[in-house]
Design a protein around this ligand. Structure first.
Ligand code: PEP
Length: 257
């Protein structure tokens, strides 16, 4: 995992206004040293309405924090009321965009084909997709979690070029561990992250598989991140609730210390 720079990405979900967003990025950057922000990549994923705020803070103060959006339209432009195009995100200086977060899959009926179209839309606009996969509780109880996640990965990456797959970030987020306070054990996280990498190697070759960063997500906090990051196939985390607290998120980014 040494060649892969750890990524800690904070998913703010539908939280924070302009003032709170500004305060949070400033505090987060002030809590981490230049070395810490070089060793570990720290990203925030605000609501669309806070992206300009975050861009202004990051550019204005040359913060070593990157940012991205929580969703992207599959369309380029046009009569799609309420949607936000990849070209708009690119112009706002976004680095990342989530594709297929479980809340999008569940509440907005995003299927694998839609998620795949979003991954492609990201690449068309020079954004790096963070492809989210993960099983619900019933699939886990039937022991179908590995097959479920590797199939979501295959579908999400269908039709990409090898050099694109290399850049993708994958987030394994067991749905039963998101926002519930139930963290998967480090062994659970490693099992699925390892199987995802093995599947990538099978489909895209080991050079590609070795380059892809696989994150864990689901009730990550400062108290559990070190054990999770100790696993060889876990290259970072996607953090919801805990990313809304600058000190907590900064402590997560300092997991090595
Ligand atoms: C998420 O939504 O991506 C997430 C992992 O949330 P939480 O950390 O709150 O469980």
């Amino acid at each position: 995992a040494d060649a892969r720079r750890p990524l800690m990405a904070g998913n703010w979900k539908m939280n924070l206004n302009h003032f709170e967003a500004n305060l949070l990025v400033q505090k987060l950057a002030a809590s981490l040293s230049e070395k810490q922000l070089t060793d570990v990549e720290v990203a925030v994923l605000p609501p669309f309405t806070d992206l300009r705020t975050v861009q202004t803070a990051v550019d204005g103060d040359k913060l070593l924090i990157v940012y991205g959006a929580q969703d992207i339209s599959t369309h380029k432009s046009g009569a799609y009321t309420g949607e936000v195009a990849g070209s708009m995100l690119e112009k706002l200086g976004c680095t990342y965009v989530l594709a297929g977060h479980s809340e999008r899959r569940e509440y907005h009926n995003e299927d694998d084909a839609t998620v795949n179209a979003k991954v492609k839309a990201a690449f068309e606009n020079n954004l790096t997709p963070i492809l989210c996969v993960g099983e619900g509780l019933s699939v886990r109880e039937e022991n179908g979690h590995v097959a479920h996640c590797t199939s979501q990965v295959d579908a999400g990456l269908a039709g990409l070029k090898p050099e694109q797959v290399k850049q993708v970030v994958i987030a394994y987020e067991p749905v039963w561990a998101i926002g519930t306070g139930k963290t998967a054990t480090p062994e659970d996280a490693q099992e699925v992250c390892g199987e995802i990498r093995a599947q990538l190697a099978k489909v895209h070759g080991s050079e590609v598989a070795d380059a892809v960063r696989v994150l864990y997500g689901g009730s990550v906090k400062a108290a559990n991140i070190a054990q999770i990051m100790a696993k060889p196939d876990v290259d970072g985390a996607l953090i919801g609730g805990a990313s809304l607290d600058a000190e907590e998120f900064a402590s997560i980014a300092r997991f090595k210390e």
